[in-house]
Every structure is written in C-alpha cells, then in structure tokens.
Design a protein around this ligand. Sequence first.
Ligand code: SAM
Length: 268
Amino acid sequence: MMAAPAPQGYAYDNQSVHAVEHHDALSGLLDNQTRQLIEGLVDLPGSRCLEVAAGGGSIAVWLAEEVGPTGSVLATDLKPERIPNHPELEVRQHDITTDAPPGQYDLVHARLLLNHLPERRTALRHMVEALAPGGVLLTEDFWPTMGEDLVVRAKDTATAALVGRYQQLHMQILASHGNDRNWSRRAILSFIDEGLEEVRIAIHGSSWRGGSPGCRLLRAGMGQLHDQVIALGMTDEELARVSEALMDPDLILYGYLTYATSGRRPAG
Ligand SMILES: C[S@@+](CC[C@H](N)C(=O)[O-])C[C@H]1O[C@@H](n2cnc3c(N)ncnc32)[C@H](O)[C@@H]1O
C-alpha cells in the first residue's frame, strides 16, 4: 500500500504545546540580529510596518515600540494566536499565499516563512505588492545544517550519530511538506525578478551549544514532529536521548546559517 502523501506547507503548528518554546528559542536565537538588520534598512519612527508570519510576535511587538505614535504595525499569521496584545499593534489572521494584506508599507518583514511554503513565489509577490514606493522588503530564512554535517562534538560517538540521524529525518520531514532548504540562497534572484532595487544578502551563523536557543529550537521542533519521526523509524527512547543531548552543554553543533535578503521598491 502506498503511504499517504505528507501535507504540503508549514510543517510545525502554532497550536502545539511546543510552539511557545519554539517561538521563544527563535526569539533568543535571532531577534538581536533581526533588529540590527531592520535598523540598518529603515528609519522606524513614524514608519508603517508589516510583519508577515509573526509567530510568537517578538519582532512585531518590538516594531510597535519603535515606530512610536505616528507609525503603525500590522502583524499577520495563518495562526496568529501566539502574538501578544500591544496597544500599538494590529493583529490579523491572514494567509500570505492568498493575497497581499491591505495597506502600503515602508517595511515588510517575514522571518522563517518562505523556505516552508511551496507557494513561496506567490507569497513573495504579495509582499512586494504591499510595499509603498521606496519601501523595503526583508526576508530571513535558514540554510539548515544537514544531519551528517551537524555535530562538532558530543559526549560520545553514539550520541553524535543519533543527533545526526534525528537531523537527517527532520530535514526529510520538512522536505516532504514542501520545504526548500535552498530557497534562502536563491531568494535574491526572485527579489531581482520582482523589480526590487538595492538587493543584497547578509549571512549570519554561529556554533550552537547544548541548552542554547539553537539547540532548544531543534528540541521544540522535535516535539512538534514527534509522530512523523517515529513513523520514519526512530524510537521514543532514541528521541529522549537526542532531547537530553540537546540540553547538554558539552554538545556543540554547527548552527544553521541565516540568509537575510533585502530589496527596495523603486521610489518612482
Ligand atoms: C517558523 S515560524 C516563524 C515565526 C516568526 N516569524 C519568527 O521568526 O519568530 C513560521 C510562521 O509562519 C506562519 N505561517 C505559515 N504559513 C503561513 C501562511 N501561508 N501565511 C501566513 N503565515 C504563515 C506560521 O503559522 C508560523 O507562525
């Protein structure tokens, strides 16, 4: 009997009990870098910002603080329930593959979205449509480390092999949902095709220690993909050992690279 095809689209779920840890780990891993990137691209006070796929909302809330009373921030997500309330933040449920959110923005930002979506070109076009003349689009996506390349050091070779095997299955599951690991490196070409100017990539990465946000991110993802990993042959006992290793400060991983691609809509 043929296995049922995996559902396409976003592989994790904001309604999972692991989503809070997932978003918290992303925030710890990436927020400082994201803030610096945005501050280098846009003069935030008084600006109109759109945060697409806001997830746990940490960047949306920061933007709401930064734009001040004369600016505005709209945060959207397919499942927006994890975005906190903030008096200066408008939140809407929205699927970016369907159409462009209403309004015109000086900044449109989407982090860790487009790799996941099979309809990434359509979603990108909708984000470009939402740019005001002279507005900036910034997308950030991981270039994840593959299982065989992940472990710098573990407490023993069996643990290193197990963590690497989990990551191999993790990547396989994401791909089965339509995730394209290499989109992050190609996005720049689509930005150019969309007619954006000043297009560039900034690449960031570091090692990840056990217990650090990067390793907690892997652990939170493992919780959400549990049933799919088990279906691919890993046991609960093995998953528990991977989970323990990811919190062991002696573990060192080659962390994911983040590709931040930016471009500006022509002002004329
Ligand atoms: C990996 S999380 C990233 C969250 C946040 N941007 C961050 O970096 O912390 C991906 C987010 O994209 C959202 N998402 C998935 N598909 C979407 C779609 N078609 N339209 C809007 N949001 C979507 C998910 O619900 C989730 O909140």
